[in-house]
Ligand binder design. Structure first.
Ligand code: PEP
Ligand code: MN
Length: 344
């Protein structure tokens, strides 16, 4: 339910609505707007009759929200959310490029890739410390050592970093060392982890599960917002379909669908969507054309030696080409790419 207050409603009238809602065992989320305040109502331990709220002073309208997600919806918050990752803003007019290796493998490898992607125009460095691998015999990541490497590379390059928290045991550690915490596709419905992510004090990059619907993704994000963390970026990273020519299928339809129903930014990860180096560039163009707020791209300077996801990693020079093409496309979709300095 959403309570819209009259333009002239006083703070004490807003407070009276909040009290009434909380007396009924529910949570009230005042959302101050340019014109008037709205109050979102969430919770699962009580009920409140719309008529009991409608009759309070200062209330303009009580709206029943038909879908199950609330705080992530545009109804609750019409203005786009801007997510701050260090000095970088995701969700504004400018596109954001996140790039780096699938896994942090060494200080030299990470620093080398970080310098090259920064020079090409990336604003955020990615690098896995804890890797969700299908096989227990595949490289699982360097763990805390990788986080310390990312920390050093951030100091060296100035790039903020994003890294995945694989479970609740490592979430605080990842949050301490990173500027943004990634929740991976396989964990999109790990509700304990999502709740903890909502309390970790860092922005969250929430990847869509490979078989999750839009509603399920929205509800996963709702878990994070419900814990008080509104700094969430959604990521389309490809879903499972019958297609066998591609690792996954990039669902570009998700991007405008999110834009319509949610105020949260959405980026695309074409690397995991296709799994093949040669398809990353065309899918990047498609995602930007569909309205994505940015891209996350895997880059490695020796992909054939990469300890994970080498087949889909771009070489640094291929990443430069991608940035150049995204820069050309940006004005077509009324976006900017200020970090791209151009060639020469
Ligand atoms: C990754 O970003 O390296 C990763 C494992 O992504 P996903 O969770 O989308 O598979
Ligand atoms: Mn990967």
């Amino acid at each position: 339910m959403l309570v819209v207050m009259k333009m002239e409603a006083t703070p004490s009238e807003v407070e009276a609505v909040v009290r009434k809602v909380e007396d009924r065992g529910l949570k009230a989320h005042p959302i101050p707007g340019a014109q008037r305040t709205a109050i979102g109502i969430t919770g699962n331990l009580g009920v409140v009759e719309p008529a009991a709220i409608q009759s309070l002073d200062g209330v303009l309208e009580v709206i029943q929200v038909s879908h199950p997600y609330k705080l992530v919806s545009r109804e609750f918050c019409p203005d786009d959310t801007i997510v701050d990752v260090g000095e970088v803003q995701i969700g504004g007019r400018d596109l954001v490029l996140i790039a780096g290796p699938c896994s942090v493998e060494s200080y030299e490898q990470t620093l080398n890739v970080a310098r090259k992607v920064k020079a090409a125009g990336a604003q955020i460095l990615r690098g896995g410390a804890y890797k969700p691998r299908t096989s227990p015999y595949s490289f699982q990541g360097l763990g805390i050592e990788a986080l310390k490497i990312l920390d050093r590379v951030r100091n060296e390059t100035g790039l903020p970093v994003v890294s995945e928290a694989l479970d609740i045991d490592v979430l605080d550690e990842v949050a301490d060392y990173s500027d943004m915490v990634q929740i991976g596709a396989r964990n999109m419905q790990n509700y304990t982890l999502l709740r903890r992510a909502g309390r970790c004090g860092k922005p969250i990059l929430l990847k869509r599960g490979m078989n999750a619907t839009l509603t399920e993704l929205m509800l996963a994000a709702e878990y994070v917002l419900d814990q008080g963390n509104g700094q969430v970026v959604l990521c389309e990273r490809g879903i499972r379909t019958f297609a066998d020519h591609s690792r996954n299928t990039l669902d570009v339809t998700l991007i405008p669908a999110i834009e319509e129903i949610s105020h949260l930014p959405v980026i695309a990860d074409p690397s995991h969507a296709c799994g093949q180096r040669g398809k990353v560039l065309p899918l990047s163009r498609a995602a930007i054309a569909a309205g994505a707020d940015g891209l996350m791209i895997e880059v490695h300077d020796a992909p054939e030696e990469a300890l994970s996801d080498g087949l889909q990693a771009l070489l640094p020079e291929e990443f430069s080409e991608l940035v150049e093409q995204v820069a050309m496309l940006a004005p077509v979709v009324q976006r900017g790419l200020p970090a791209f300095a151009g060639r020469g």
